[in-house]
Design a protein around this ligand. Sequence first.
Ligand SMILES: NC(=O)C1=CN([C@@H]2O[C@H](COP(=O)(O)OP(=O)(O)OC[C@H]3O[C@@H](n4cnc5c(N)ncnc54)[C@H](OP(=O)(O)O)[C@@H]3O)[C@@H](O)[C@H]2O)C=CC1
Ligand SMILES: Nc1nc(=O)c2c([nH]1)NC[C@@H]1CN(c3ccc(C(=O)N[C@@H](CCC(=O)O)C(=O)O)cc3)C=[N+]21
Length: 291
Amino acid sequence: MTATLIDGKAFAASLRQRIATQVATLKEKGITPGLAVVLVGEDPASQVYVRSKGKQTLEVGMNSYEHKLPEDTPEADLLALIDRLNNDPAVNGILVQLPLPRHMDEAAVINAIDPAKDVDGFHILNVGLLATGQKAMVPCTPLGCLMMLRDQLGSLSGKRAVVVGRSNIVGKPMAQLLLRDSATVTIAHSRTADLPDLCRQADILVAAVGRPHFVQGDWVKPGATVIDVGINRTDDGLVGDVDFAAARQIAGAITPVPGGVGPMTIACLLANTLTATARANGLPDPEGLTP
Ligand SMILES: NC(=O)C1=CN([C@@H]2O[C@H](COP(=O)(O)OP(=O)(O)OC[C@H]3O[C@@H](n4cnc5c(N)ncnc54)[C@H](OP(=O)(O)O)[C@@H]3O)[C@@H](O)[C@H]2O)C=CC1
Ligand SMILES: Nc1nc(=O)c2c([nH]1)NC[C@@H]1CN(c3ccc(C(=O)N[C@@H](CCC(=O)O)C(=O)O)cc3)C=[N+]21
């Protein structure tokens, strides 16, 4: 039996459709959500993401504001731009593309964003709200993974989940969301002992490592749901962190790369922008877009 393919591209398209409908309703009230994306430097991969984010933002009926700054921009200039965006009522969401140039203090920049406009969910206030089970802005990649897992499995309660990777942008918030849904969660990383054995216990296996084909087919529990967050550019094109060809023979369901988590990340960014806009206007959270 080969695994069910979890079609992130189609899931994201239907999510964007729902978002577009809700944006249209807001516009009737005279409210147009606005998303500002800030890119510092010339990284070609980042430019691709920023372009597709901008395009999809417009497609759902939101306003898109792009700010491209040169690589050698002083940190103070970036902080001044963030301050302007924080105070601009047309801007409901702010995303500063990471990684930042080495001369900048990433934490200081992220924490300068108004937490209510922090559509990445990286601000320490949002991290703390998520960790304590309060209403937060939730990081887009883990939120997209959660939506696909719930769609695939229904309840996650009591399932054993292993998250490989402990970054602030993927691994840790993914673990928080799984825990909130009452999965039994283990976070693995580069110092984890017996990683293959640990992975073999997982009903839900999330790979966010940044190494092409790192998770082997025989690390997968038969029937498990495998979420591949990895985006690795190789000579064979874009590949994930999971040996997809081998894993799909064993898993119950698996996300492909491309066409899995990536498109859901961008759709969830639009979802968060809509949520931030609703909250800024004292409206209830949009249906089905928050965890
Ligand atoms: N699809 C999408 O929308 C997105 C995809 N990504 C992709 O996801 C991947 C992960 O991203 P990100 O979390 O930012 O990456 P980081 O580099 O910040 O974190 C990688 C994690 O993997 C762990 N790791 C590295 N080597 C090993 C190993 N040999 N065994 C076990 N664990 C290991 C590291 O452990 P340690 O902490 O011990 O060093 C670290 O916790 C990347 O491919 C990235 O491109 C990222 C964001 C969004
Ligand atoms: N502040 C910030 N927030 C982020 O969310 C953020 C970031 N910085 N820096 C970079 C990473 C990476 N990331 C991706 C988004 C979409 C795809 C995506 O749509 N991928 C397509 C393929 C696109 C292609 O072909 O290159 C897919 O997987 O099908 C991938 C990766 C968001 N990130």
